[in-house]
Ligand binder design. Structure first.
Ligand SMILES: [Zn+2]
Length: 409
């Protein structure tokens, strides 16, 4: 009896300490069943579904369940169930400081910065995004860990920690930066192959240095994601064997075809990253943006939209979803999906780009981006049917990450 009590006492203490270690209750082995009238499973549409979740994973998926749906732990009624959305390009570290301007170095206390960033993660999660790739800031490591330890609500984070942009460095120095980032725990390498949009987007790193960075990343088992605005920089990054190209604003038919033939993943943006600055002109004017900056952003929207139309018409090109969300765009990520559909993408293709295709691009295609047995229980539901009307993607009514449901305000 004493032995029994000792064992019993010990297990109680162990479970109590687990609960105390994380304010958000982690998933356990209790089965949760979720019923919804419609489902986009990451690839296609199914009806009248019952998804069983246990210990953070999807255990099984039944379709056309009929009256069995009524006994679900959570009945989402007429809503559409989807895999948690994935944004392959965000900056959760960017926020507006207490003076109403884009934060800079040292203008807030570390706690103020951390809280603002936790707020960005919360807004992103509540918008239905359960995984983000941050490209990237040093604060990401702590944010990634806090989310993974169920300390704060947020999407799963993959991070590049820094952005490699100093084209004066030697190829050897660049290779050693990549190796050091691997040691620090980077999930991905981010580099700038070109200047920014306002500066014309001309190529910065030489072809040889691009090969050094992307080649070393590959040797370290890391993907390389490249900021490239001009056509020449897109071409150079593709030929250097980099994994993924961001923006590609001035890419032409020939660079798009080149990316397709090299299997290079493409993450273009058509509106949110431009529109967000324009919508918050006051804040960004206080943050160093000039009238010329806003003109360049406004002018970029039709250019990026025309390029995007050509990208989705390019045979074999893997187009994924990423917003480049910065301060005040966190939580608005789905606006970019809306713009992509308005630019001519089919809603199903837009949704796949932000689920199954993005997961595959992040090297997590066997765990994320689909609603299927064995996948992580990252599930969202929206009112209406976004496979018919993409605007429904903004009406998030349910969010679950890793088997934990978060209250939607
Ligand atoms: Zn960015």
């Amino acid at each position: 009896m004493r032995a029994f009590l000792a064992v019993f006492g010990l297990s109680l203490a162990a479970s109590a300490s687990r609960a105390q270690n994380s304010p958000i209750r982690p998933p356990d082995s209790t089965a949760i069943t979720i019923h919804a009238a419609h489902m986009f499973d990451g690839r296609g549409v199914k009806e009248d579904v019952l998804v069983t979740v246990r210990a953070g994973r999807i255990e099984r998926v039944d379709t056309n369940v009929g009256p069995r749906g009524g006994s679900a732990t959570r009945d989402l009624g007429a809503a559409t169930l989807l895999p948690g959305l994935i944004d392959a390009h965000v900056h959760p570290g960017w926020y507006i400081n207490r003076r109403g301007a884009l934060h800079g170095r040292d203008d807030d206390t570390p706690a103020q910065s951390a809280l603002a960033r936790a707020g960005n993660l919360y807004a992103t999660l509540m918008a239905g995004f359960t995984t983000i790739q941050s490209l990237g800031g040093p604060e990401d490591l702590d944010l990634r860990d806090a989310v993974a330890r169920w300390q704060i609500p947020g999407p799963r984070i993959l991070t590049s920690i820094i952005q490699i942009s100093d084209s004066a460095l030697s190829a050897d120095s660049l290779r050693s930066i990549v190796r050091a980032l691997k040691v620090r725990g980077a999930d991905v390498i981010k580099l700038f192959a070109s200047a920014g949009l306002g500066a014309g987007g001309q190529q910065t790193f030489s072809n040889a240095k691009l090969e050094a960075i992307c080649g070393e990343a590959k040797a370290q088992g890391l993907r390389s994601v490249v900021h490239a605005i001009s056509a020449a920089s897109v071409r150079a990054a593709t030929l250097a064997g980099c994994t993924e190209i961001e923006h590609g604003t001035f890419a032409t038919k020939s660079e798009l075809a080149l990316m397709a033939s090299h299997g290079t993943i493409f993450d273009p943006q058509v509106c949110l990253v431009f529109q967000n600055y324009i919508d918050h002109r006051d804040v960004y004017s206080r943050s160093g943006f000039t009238p010329q900056s806003f003109d360049a952003l406004a002018n970029a929207i039709p250019v990026a939209t025309a390029m995007f139309k050509q990208a989705i018409a390019t045979a074999g090109l893997k187009v994924i979803f990423g917003t480049d969300a910065v301060a005040l765009a966190h939580g608005r990520n789905a606006d970019e999906l809306f713009c992509r559909v308005r630019a001519g993408q089919r809603p199903l293709d837009a949704l796949a780009s932000a689920t199954s295709a993005a997961a595959a691009a992040l090297g997590l295609g066997d765990r994320l981006g689909q609603i299927a047995a064995g996948y992580d229980a990252d599930l969202i539901a929206v009112r209406g049917d976004p496979t018919r009307d993409i605007a429904a993607i903004r009406n998030v009514v349910f969010v679950m990450r890793g088997g934990v449901a978060f209250a939607v305000p």
